[in-house]
Write a protein that binds this ligand. Structure first.
Ligand code: ATP
Ligand code: MG
Length: 279
């Protein structure tokens, strides 16, 4: 294993925001070892929008958990801003697909929650929460309770709640997976807009190739388990990236061709064809 600081320096000479170096992650299931990730290397620049795709069970969530500090790697190194991740921290915010809003708190109360637990004065927390209500376009719904909101609106609250803590790194695990197509596209547009105005390092996991190409500066395609990097696609196209732009279609094709054989490996035991979600 390399020990030098040079590992953390990217090609442009700037320290990487996130560095994953030769990571292996093993779990134990029913007394048997399960290798989720192996020989995984990735290097993410400050303010880069990184998307991770890969077959189901290849270790994408595990990778985000390592970055978040919920898990420690069996071997290898996970560095955020040049420092080994020792546990969760306020510099990293997380948005999951199964968002856990507090049903007894209003939209504003949910967004202010993380700020209050950080011992911010209540009125300051509410003022900052209002700013984020505005950022995600939920003005007028400050006093609404989660059970009265649509799926897309709930997802906005979850995003605002995480953003309000002003993390440098945003970790997102299939955050839009449960939304209908139109709402999903709207949320993707919003996320790009927020990322462009607030500049953060984003690591976003998805099963959708079109979503990956719409969002990413860089797409990492992982192999079937144990997950390692199968290929990297740089999406150096202007945003918004809409089909049927041939450049966009070509990038989708690149990601899909890397992905397809890995998904087939995962589906080997099954006979059903590839899911539409991969397209
Ligand atoms: N705490 C755990 N204990 C045992 N096995 C685990 C644990 N967490 C994950 N795994 C296993 O590690 C592998 C990777 O899981 P992970 O959830 O990271 O995959 P994923 O790529 O996010 O899958 P999906 O696309 O379905 O969300 C799977 O085989 C999973 O069963
Ligand atoms: Mg997952």
């Amino acid at each position: 294993m390399g020990s030098g600081h040079e590992d953390m320096i990217d090609a442009k000479g700037a320290a990487a925001a996130i560095e994953i170096a030769r990571v292996r992650q093993e779990f134990c299931r029913d007394g048997l070892p399960v290798v989720a990730l192996d020989s995984l290397d990735l290097s993410i620049r400050h303010n880069e929008f990184t998307v991770v795709v890969g077959p189901s069970g290849c270790g994408k969530t595990t990778l985000l958990y390592l970055m978040a500090g919920f898990e420690k790697p069996t071997s290898g190194r996970v560095l955020v801003h040049g420092r080994e991740v020792e546990g969760p921290g306020r510099d990293r915010g997380i948005v999951f697909q199964d968002l856990a809003l507090f049903p007894w708190r209003t939209v504003l109360g949910n967004i202010a929650f993380g700020l209050e637990t950080a011992r911010m004065k209540r009125e300051d927390a509410l003022a900052l929460a209002r700013e984020y209500v505005h950022l995600v376009g939920l003005e007028g719904f400050e006093k609404a309770y989660p059970n009265t909101l649509s799926g897309g609106m709930k997802q906005r609250v979850a995003l605002a709640r995480t953003l309000a803590c002003e993390p440098d790194v945003l970790l997102m695990d299939e955050p839009f997976g449960a939304l209908d197509v139109q709402t999903r596209r709207l949320m993707q547009e919003e996320l790009v807009r927020i990322w462009e105005t607030r500049r953060k390092t984003v690591v976003f996991v998805t099963h959708s190739v079109s979503e990956a190409v719409y969002l990413a500066d860089t797409v990492y395609v992982l192999t079937a388990r144990p997950g390692t990097v199968k290929g990297v696609v740089h999406v150096d196209l202007p945003r918004p990236r809409e089909a049927p732009d041939p450049m966009v279609m070509a990038k989708r094709g690149e990601v899909l061709s890397l992905l397809e054989s890995e998904v087939r490996k995962t589906h080997l035991m099954q006979t059903r064809p590839l899911d539409d979600a991969w397209r």
